[in-house]
Design a protein around this ligand. Structure first.
Ligand code: IMP
Length: 179
């Protein structure tokens, strides 16, 4: 059993489909202002590990739009809450270069052990409109092969997503350790 500390139901549903034995803990943790997702996750995992007795995992993600020089990146949560998907589409009006990627950093710790971190990315494009009501956050404006993540079932998103890549890397690490 692993505690997954997140308030995001969408993240939990995706993680749950990968790890059977996951318990969501919506207890919050400090998300420091930093230049990288790795720094945010490294700080957060120490905090949650000190508060929960058992294996713990957190995950920090961001959307990086090439034409916007990586924006919103580490500010993705704030930007989603403020200008949202329509705001990103407005910033991208008349922009031809639409490439973007999601990055996920997962951090995991067991009591008394150093934490470990795994990363994943998915590359795609910012569409011209929001499509699909599945998923969460930026999913409706992020397209892979002309289908938005918002149009995908969890199983489809988990075949390609940044989060599935980072979490599968953690799973492999846990399995390899078992021997
Ligand atoms: P955080 O990892 O919870 O800090 O997420 C940062 C922001 O990116 C939030 O607004 C999330 O909704 C958004 N986000 C994170 N992962 C995804 C994803 O898989 N799809 C769409 N939006 C995401």
């Amino acid at each position: 059993m692993i505690y997954f500390v997140t308030s995001n139901k969408g993240k939990h549903a995706e993680a749950r489909a990968l790890f059977g034995d996951l318990v969501q803990k919506d207890i919050g943790y400090t998300e420091i202002q930093a230049d990288t997702l790795e720094e945010v996750a490294a700080y957060g995992i120490k905090e949650v590990a000190s508060r929960l007795d058992g294996p713990v995992m957190i995950e920090d993600a961001g959307l990086f739009v090439d034409a916007l020089k990586g924006f919103p990146g580490v500010y993705s949560a704030y930007v989603q809450k403020t200008i949202g998907n329509s705001g990103i589409l407005r910033l991208m009006e008349r922009v031809e270069k639409r490439s973007a990627y999601f990055k996920s950093v997962v951090a995991y710790a067991e009591p008394g052990q150093e934490s470990v971190m795994f990363k994943g990315e998915v590359h795609g494009k910012i569409g011209f409109e929001e499509r699909g009501r599945k998923g969460f956050g930026y999913d409706p404006i992020f397209y892979v092969d002309d289908i938005s993540l918002g149009e995908m079932e969890i199983e489809e998103k988990n075949r390609i997503s940044h989060r599935a890549a980072s979490m599968n890397a953690l799973k492999e690490w846990l399995e390899a350790r078992k021997g």
